[in-house]
Design a protein around this ligand. Sequence first.
Ligand SMILES: *Cc1c(COP(=O)(O)O)cnc(C)c1O
Length: 437
Amino acid sequence: MSCAPYGLGGQVLRLVPFFVEKMINWGILRPPMNASTAPSSSLSLLVSAQRHLYPNYGQPDVIIERGRGARLWDTEGRSYIDLFAGIAVSSLGHAHPRLVQALSDQAGRLLHLSNYYYNAPNIRLAERLCALSGMDRALFCNSGTEAVEVCLKLARRHFYAKGQADRHVVVAFENSFHGRTMGSLAVTGQNKYRDGFGPLGSVRHAPFGDLERTRALMSADVAAVIVEPVQGEGGVIPAPEGFLVGLRALCDEFGAMLILDEVQTGVGRTGPFLAAQHAGVLPDAVALAKGLGAGFPIGAMLCREHLSGALPKGSHGSTYGGNPLASTAALTVLSVLYDDGVLSHANVLSERLVARLEKLVERHAVLSARRGLGMLQGLVLCDGALGPAILTRLRERGVLVTFSGGTTIRLTPPLVISETELDEGLAVLDEVLGEFS
Ligand SMILES: *Cc1c(COP(=O)(O)O)cnc(C)c1O
């Protein structure tokens, strides 16, 4: 009789790292010396992960080894359809040939420089981002949280320079997510990220989508309002109709800046370059990251010309910000999305995705709603407690998604995903939801 790979044999195998770890702790086994001398089997890697990685994440016992397009493979040779794209990051999927080529060419030319000198890819990237967003200036960093941080510092410094240093409050929204540095965490409106890190800066939180309650928090001390056009980590909740336009008007009325956190929604994830372009809203500043480098770390703050003097020379910066390799990655991403027609493809496919998800909501009693924009979609569970089990089952069946806001199965496929791959992933989702109904 052969051993079933995912049956009892799999269950027993799963316990092995636990016992290996115990034996190492009891001194019966010697731990691997270091990564390069350790045998490269999945098992020893998992043991090493448990011993050496800081345990602030909750990964399952799976090591992903490589990818191609919207497909991933683990070290055991199992394959997965990627419907999460590394949290809405890997828009070009995995190992996109143009991105691989551009990165390797640039790495062979110039990897890093710092901001002591200009580099051409960075200048061309700033130019292209301004054209796509309607903004005038670009400042680069390495992640979403840093991009948000620059926006917040920009708002403070702008009013300080105008002799209004007492305008220091930021209005943000409940259930929002803006990042994990102390500034971006202060505007984040979810206790699960904030607990234990207070006191955090001067921020007032309004209910997301409620213009009247937001108005009640506005006064002469408000420097900026910061908002996600779709709350991503909060459970894929799009701003209600008229909300962003209303915030723009409130900011104009009270002389405050409107900051958009488009870290998750930007760079075509919801259709247009910025999600706020659905509503025709022009912010004063916008934070981008995730999809911008499609896996290469890069963040950007874009702003309008009237803010170009707010951060004078030396007042803010980043050693790696605008690095030629990161800039090349982002330039290539934009070229593939806009010049190779990938974004048009995604915009057509997202309609199919929405229609399929609506069917799933009709068919499965465990689901209460679909919500989202473009290729950022959520299926809301009636009972959020089922989420982790559904995700585990999907992974066992070879489909990767994420769970956000404690209620919502979030789908953020690579924008390059083919119709066949999408259908294959959604068929498995349909079957798995059936198991839970
Ligand atoms: C992911 C995210 C961030 C933080 O980005 P990091 O790159 O993880 O620092 C900020 N804002 C939003 C809306 C995000 O989705």
